[in-house]
Design a protein around this ligand. Structure first.
Ligand SMILES: NC(=O)c1ccc[n+]([C@@H]2O[C@H](COP(=O)([O-])OP(=O)(O)OC[C@H]3O[C@@H](n4cnc5c(N)ncnc54)[C@H](OP(=O)(O)O)[C@@H]3O)[C@@H](O)[C@H]2O)c1
Length: 282
């Protein structure tokens, strides 16, 4: 299979490229902003026509959630128009399209985990653009919604927490936002399955084990051999940010379960692996 991976230099994209290369037998066309700008229709359609991929994994996005509140045109261009262009190119060439979406499509007010058939109601510009991106897709595309993405490459919260733990100060993290941490290496494996099987429809794909950011930070501290008592709970109101975050970000992976696909494991195993890698490489 020939696979085009967008956002290939990002934290998830890097692991996706590595996964397909590790599986062997697949040709990977890894693209990022240095190759072409996904907001440009002609560039997208031209690149897809030239590469003729069987599958396009579209993970590139404008992920600066707070900046999206003010850089609205950029957010819509990168997160919505790019999907329109890839959907057009996929239709044109017969490629299957998998789009990576987010827990931020929900408002977070539900008192139980969100499944794929719950009604989205995004509260941030980022969430609105990612939902609008979903709506650019035809019924045959795969939508993979994930949450709290952490990995070995790029910037992410685990690296930030480890850096803070290396300092002298105690840490404060919110205890009133809950979600499923998700690890790029595991997400990449599931993307491999969904993409090679060309599964249509929306799938929530996360690691298991719901925690607040405060609890997650304590788990990172434990995994790295630091005292978890250095982490203190605060509320969202204590730390206002431009973009509202869903209080309940927990995604139930109902469509995977109903499809008989084994869910990704509890986050603590992959977290230990990741912390081991990040701390041993310096
Ligand atoms: N991070 C999370 O917690 C999270 C949670 C749920 C869902 N997601 C979704 O997961 C996907 C991957 O997220 P991530 O954390 O891996 O993101 P990331 O590290 O920010 O990677 C995004 C990539 O997209 C590229 N990109 C941005 N604008 C572009 C443009 N105009 N043309 C071409 N490429 C462009 C970026 O390139 P530059 O770096 O050069 O700008 C970057 O390599 C995204 O779709 C995101 O919405 C993420």
């Amino acid at each position: 299979m020939k696979v085009m991976v967008t956002g290939a230099a990002g934290q998830l994209g890097t692991d996706v490229v590595k996964r397909f290369e590790a599986e062997g037998g697949h040709e990977v066309v890894a693209v990022d902003l240095v190759d072409f700008d996904i907001t440009q229709r002609d560039a997208v359609v031209g690149a897809v026509r030239h590469a003729k991929p069987d599958v396009i994994l579209h993970g590139a996005a404008y992920t600066a959630v707070d900046k999206c509140e003010t850089e609205i045109e950029t957010a819509y261009n990168v997160n919505v128009m790019s999907v329109r262009h890839f959907a057009e190119a996929a239709r044109d060439t017969g490629a299957h399209l998998l789009y990576v979406s987010t827990d931020y499509v929900f408002d977070g007010t539900k008192d139980s985990p969100y499944h794929e058939w719950d009604t989205p109601n995004p509260q941030s510009v980022y969430g609105q653009t990612k939902l609008a991106g979903e709506r650019e897709l035809g019924p045959d595309a795969t939508i993979m919604r994930t949450s709290w993405v952490c990995g070995e490459y790029g910037n992410n919260i685990v690296k930030t927490i480890l850096r803070l733990l290396d300092g002298e100060d105690d840490l404060q993290f919110v205890d009133d936002q809950r979600g499923h941490p998700s690890f790029c290496a595991d997400l990449a494996k599931m993307m491999f399955t969904l993409a090679t099987e060309k599964r249509p429809g929306t799938f929530h794909v996360t690691n298991q084990g719901a925690v607040s950011w405060y609890e997650f930070t304590q788990e990172v501290a434990k995994a790295a051999g630091h005292d978890p008592a250095r982490v203190h709970p605060i509320t969202t109101a204590d730390m206002p940010l431009p973009a509202p975050r869903p209080a309940n970000s927990v995604l139930e992976n109902r469509a995977l379960a109903l499809s008989g696909i084994e869910l990704l494991p509890d986050f603590r195993g992959p977290l230990n692996d990741l912390v081991g890698k990040l701390t041993s490489s310096g």
